[in-house]
Write a protein that binds this ligand. Structure first.
Ligand SMILES: NC(=O)c1ccc[n+]([C@@H]2O[C@H](COP(=O)([O-])OP(=O)(O)OC[C@H]3O[C@@H](n4cnc5c(N)ncnc54)[C@H](OP(=O)(O)O)[C@@H]3O)[C@@H](O)[C@H]2O)c1
Length: 268
């Protein structure tokens, strides 16, 4: 088994949760997997336990609560019950439990602090090691105050608009998480036309022999600057390609120029 750091988080949002994939991830030295109570039609936790329960101790496991079969909720009591259920379904305490897309209960952002406090309580009670907030669209949250999360997860990469990028950065400044994670570096799919139309290798230093997917993935660590990136794949070759991408260096000047272009376009 290779040793790798925790900079890649294997995200299971679009995954079939095949055992082979998790075995390969462990072999590639991937240390983190990320799921949510609602992934795989609300069955991700129980499927993980039944197909790969013995592999789970190899990983730091994060999950998310907030989406219920009846809809989204940030109600503190429901969130606590969801964490208790996650522990039962997984057969272990998660390392991180995120509040999942709290912006979905936008009219409830006044209660966001209470929802976060409820998750912090579950960590104190030993139901999980740490807690965080994962947000697809941080813009409605930028004026909210919450207890300091252990991890904040935001969208990252070349497809993130400047308004979302800036909102994520201001949330990180305001909430001071111990770790900032990025997610969805391909915007959910590498089959989108945008990836055919432009070559993200311009973001890498010198002429690295990288693939376009590697360049897009590696660039995501700087937009915004994050400690780890949650990326999805069910393909072991793709996963290997992603682990190898970490060796490439990003040209910070190109990233800065790109940000200036995004900003100029927003203001135009
Ligand atoms: N709000 C939230 O909390 C939230 C929202 C979205 C995502 N996330 C997290 O972020 C994770 C990743 O998001 P995502 O899966 O939506 O989007 P993503 O990582 O941007 O894209 C996943 C797609 O990229 C393809 N891909 C990955 N590596 C590739 C490679 N080397 N070459 C070619 N194609 C490649 C995969 O196809 P193949 O299977 O064919 O490789 C997959 O269809 C999720 O699983 C979840 O953990 C969280």
């Amino acid at each position: 088994m290779r040793t790798a750091d925790g900079r890649i988080v294997l995200g299971l949002h679009r995954s079939g949760h095949a055992r082979d994939l998790l075995e390969a991830a462990a072999d590639l030295g991937i240390k983190r997997i990320d799921t949510a109570s609602n992934y795989l039609r609300h069955r991700s936790h129980e499927i993980l336990k039944s197909t790969a329960g013995d592999l789970l101790p190899h990983f730091s496991l994060s999950t998310k609560v907030g989406f219920f079969p009846e809809g989204h909720s940030v109600d503190p009591a429901r969130l606590r019950t969801a964490v208790e259920q996650a522990v039962k379904d997984l057969g272990r305490e998660p390392d991180v439990v995120f509040l999942h897309n709290p912006e979905h209960s936008a009219s409830d952002t006044g209660r966001l602090g209470l929802a976060c406090a409820a998750l912090a309580d579950t960590a104190r009670a030993g139901l999980c090691r740490s807690w965080g907030v994962s947000t697809w669209d941080p813009r409605p949250l930028v004026d909210c105050d919450v207890p300091c999360p252990d991890v904040l997860m935001v969208r990252a990469g070349l497809l993130v608009g400047v308004d979302v990028l800036e909102a994520a950065e201001s949330l990180a400044t305001r909430w001071r998480p111990s770790l900032l994670w990025g997610m969805s570096p391909f915007g959910g799919s590498t089959a989108q036309q945008v990836w055919e139309r432009f070559d993200p290798r311009v973001f890498l230093r010198e002429s690295a022999p990288a693939t376009k997917a590697q360049a897009a993935f590696r660039s995501a660590y700087g937009l915004p600057r994050v400690d780890a990136v949650a990326v999805g794949t069910d393909n072991v070759d793709h996963l290997r390609e992603l682990t190898e991408a970490l060796a490439y260096e990003v040209d910070e000047n190109v990233v800065q120029e790109y940000r200036q272009l995004l900003k100029a376009r927003q203001l135009a």
